[in-house]
Design a protein around this ligand. Structure first.
Ligand SMILES: [Zn+2]
Ligand SMILES: [Zn+2]
Length: 134
């Protein structure tokens, strides 16, 4: 009973951390935020709960160009841009390409299964840093 309550609390704090950190934190970033509230939480607990939250559709796992998974509290369909310098992931507000509107010539007569957009860039902070280093 006590154990179950602790688990619920951990999950809630993990979900809150994903929301508060914004800009798609990684499990390790979420872990450090959660530890400030619940110091005894382990990294494996954070990973396990993130998996549960993804399964429950409360958050989304964003797999970018890198190997790290970022977590997103915005579960609406949207695209992402990744900073090639620091690796942070942000939202892109352009409407996704509708598969149904593509004509066969545009896609070399392929049957389109999925459209994945990977946009790479340099975030404002990194751009400023690069400017200073010039
Ligand atoms: Zn950056
Ligand atoms: Zn997002």
């Amino acid at each position: 009973m006590v154990e179950a309550r602790r688990n619920t609390r951990q999950k809630r704090v993990i979900l809150q951390s994903v929301e508060q950190l914004g800009c798609h934190p990684t499990a390790v970033q979420i872990y450090s935020a959660v530890r400030k509230v619940l110091p005894r939480t382990s990294l494996s607990t954070v990973y396990r709960n993130l998996g549960i939250l993804v399964d429950q559709g409360k958050i989304k796992a964003v797999k970018g160009a890198g190997k790290e998974i970022h977590y997103d509290h915005n579960i609406e369909e949207h695209n992402h841009i990744k900073c090639s310098v620091c690796g942070r992931v942000c939202d892109v507000n352009i409407s996704p390409v509708d598969i149904d509107t593509l004509n066969p010539e545009q896609v070399s007569n392929f049957i389109v299964i999925e459209i994945r957009m990977n946009i790479l860039g340099i975030c404002p902070e990194c751009a400023e840093q690069l400017e200073k280093e010039k």
